[in-house]
Design a protein around this ligand. Structure first.
Ligand SMILES: Cc1ncc(COP(=O)(O)O)c(C=O)c1O
Length: 351
């Protein structure tokens, strides 16, 4: 993609940015953004420009009916100081799937990747070099029609934001199984990265937070019995000598980290099962001393260990210092990202 109009900021803020003492995730942005418009059935007006507000009509369809999707991924430096992306084509594919589910136009892979590479190249000095830090990339698409009425928009805007971010979830997390509220139902929008899933989670999440928990563990919508995932992560258990994770049942997000670590485990001799996991099974395994590890997987943290799991007031605690399986996966992915071990699955994309 060569036809990007570029307008540079007069003076970059990067020199004044303290990478060793970054604000919390989501608060700091780089100098520029990428934007494109979908008008008359095609993507056009590709532009990199100084980060600025969008102008929206008050009837903008996204504001009223939530026709919007997003992705989250990261750019890093390898140990050889090469800027790279981790599985960006898989993020492009998931973005497409989300678009289809939300009746939005697909973004061609070369536009998605071209925008990312062009903006990251321009913001290269914003990629943090500190261990565990990265440049977080937030591509999103919103409906732009300014007509009140529930129907798909005819016009859209694609925007890419880049945010320097420090290490995420460095401490173990506590989880509470959500017995009264659900995140997603088969046939709903759980597999799409769309705003509604996250907006709907805020109220139950706050209730759990008031009780002192870091995150909710979502259960299936029909029986409130089978585990689905965590707030913004997929979930894994080590039961006996087997790594177990909920199968993709039509309501769970197809996590790219989830897929990466399943691949790594299978290739390294671990027994892995993707299947239904009931809360009863977890409690029984815990009581028998067989529930060895619980951890979440996601782009933000790669792996977040769980030290406390509450299922209907049955409190289970874990010594995360002993989590060998979680550590193996985290180290493997980190080493691929750093370029220390061979990228045999072609997950790394150079910028
Ligand atoms: C609901 C949900 N589940 C799981 C994940 C983990 O997905 P990934 O590994 O692709 O970051 C995310 C983050 O994108 C998420 O928002």
């Amino acid at each position: 993609m060569n036809d990007i109009k570029v307008t540079k900021i007069e003076k970059s803020r990067v020199k004044d940015f303290d990478f060793s003492n970054m604000p919390p995730f989501g608060h700091a942005f780089t100098d520029h953004m990428f934007v494109a418009d979908y008008i008359d059935g095609e993507w056009k007006n590709f532009e990199i420009k100084p980060l600025q507000n969008l102008s929206l009509h008050p009837a903008n369809l996204t504001l009223h009916y939530g026709q919007t999707i997003f992705e989250g991924m990261k750019a890093f430096f390898t140990d050889k100081n090469e800027p790279i992306l981790f599985r960006p084509k898989d993020h492009a594919k998931r973005f497409k799937r989300s678009a289809v589910r939300m009746s939005m136009p697909e973004i061609p892979e070369d536009l998605f990747l071209g925008a990312i590479k062009a903006l990251v190249k321009m913001e290269i000095n914003w990629i943090p070099k500190e261990v565990g830090s990265a440049l977080y990339l937030r591509p999103f698409m919103i409906a732009m029609d300014d007509v009140i009425g529930v129907k798909p928009s005819k016009t859209y805007k694609f925007v890419l934001l880049t945010l320097p971010s420090g290490p995420y979830y460095s401490r173990p997390l506590s989880l509470k199984a959500s017995m009264n509220f659900v995140r997603a139902v088969k046939g709903g929008i759980g597999e799409a990265k769309t705003a509604g899933n996250y907006g709907a989670s805020l109220y139950p999440f706050n209730l759990a937070k008031e009780l002192g928990y870091d995150q909710l563990m979502w259960l299936d919508a029909n029986e409130h019995k089978y585990v689905q995932e965590i707030g913004t992560m997929n979930i894994f258990f080590v039961i006996g000598d087997t790594v177990v994770t909920p199968m993709l049942d039509g309501a769970v997000l197809h996590g790219i980290t989830r897929n990466s670590i399943i691949t790594i485990f299978k290739d390294n001799g671990y027994k892995v099962e993707e299947r239904l996991i009931s809360t009863d099974e977890l409690i029984k395994a815990y009581n028998k001393g067989q529930l060895k590890e619980v951890f979440g997987s996601g782009t933000a943290a790669i792996i977040a260990k769980i030290d406390k799991l509450d299922i209907n007031d049955k409190i289970m605690t874990f010594d995360t210092e002993t989590f060998k399986v979680a550590d193996f996966a985290k180290k493997y992915i980190n080493d691929v990202r750093k370029g220390i071990i061979e990228d045999k699955y072609n997950w790394i994309e150079r910028i």
